[in-house]
Design a protein around this ligand. Structure first.
Ligand SMILES: [Zn+2]
Length: 246
């Protein structure tokens, strides 16, 4: 299978080309694992963090990519949750403890960092961390929801606002622009104020329905009832990647 492989950390030297195409053997699913034929894999800022050394893979080579939409091509032994041909999504959590703290548990293994991810024609994933994708979404629409969307949705839930209140969003990247659309849908009578350093992001926020946008030091017309900041990857160490400890 063809795959884009990260062969080394480039550090902050952007002159190298750490990601290159390779032809690799198709992986074989083990107990409780599926082989997915990748339809789409989103690009997340965390991949830049991997390449530039902020959350480096524990070992190279590794295939990045953790916003994966694919179809089940093969079932490993003891797989019961999904069927051949089913469309599934896979996010940043490749496997973990299964508890409420699984994104910070030491058992946490990251897709596309600690194990091979979705920048490839096929990927092997545990069946319990692969999720059916509702028909309403196209492959490309579903992919970013598996990381940026999930992170943003969690932030929105923690903000705990009610319809009619004002939500403040700090930062307006891959996650923030999805949270704004969720907030517009879930809280149609509320207002959303976006704080972003980039003028382009502030304009994009207004285009997507923000009621106000300003620089991070600007004072909004009214104080928000709650603010959400959709942040990316966890910096906690994991069983396979103790180097991510900060
Ligand atoms: Zn991500």
């Amino acid at each position: 299978m063809r795959a884009m492989v990260l062969t080394s950390g480039a550090g902050f030297d952007r002159s190298g080309e750490p990601l290159g195409m390779q032809d690799l053997p198709r992986p074989v699913p083990g107990d409780g694992e599926l082989l997915l034929r990748v339809l789409v894999c989103g690009v997340c800022h965390t991949e830049l963090d991997e390449i530039e050394g902020r959350t480096p893979p524990a070992k190279y080579p590794v295939i990045p990519g953790h916003e994966i939409v694919g179809r089940v091509a093969e079932l490993g032994p003891d797989c019961r949750r999904h069927k051949i041909g089913q469309r599934l999504g896979v996010g940043w959590i490749h496997s973990s403890s299964g508890g409420a703290d699984e994104n910070i548990n030491r058992a946490f293994v990251a897709t596309g960092r600690d194990v091979d991810g979705g920048y490839a024609e096929y990927v092997v994933v545990p069946e319990r961390y692969a999720y059916p994708i509702p028909e309403i979404f196209s492959d490309a629409e579903a992919a970013p929801l598996l990381c940026a969307g999930a992170v943003g949705f969690r932030s929105l839930q923690l903000a705990n606002i009610a319809d009619g209140q004002i939500l403040g969003l700090t930062g307006f990247g891959g996650s923030g622009h999805l949270v704004l659309q969720m907030a517009r849908y879930l809280y149609p009578d509320g207002k959303v104020f976006v704080f972003a350093r980039s003028e382009k992001e502030r304009a994009f926020a207004l285009e997507l329905g923000a009621d106000w946008s300003g620089d991070t030091s600007d004072v909004p017309p009214e104080p928000p009832h709650a603010s959400a900041r959709a942040a990316g990857w966890s910096s906690m160490p994991s069983a396979r990647n103790p180097r991510t400890a900060t």
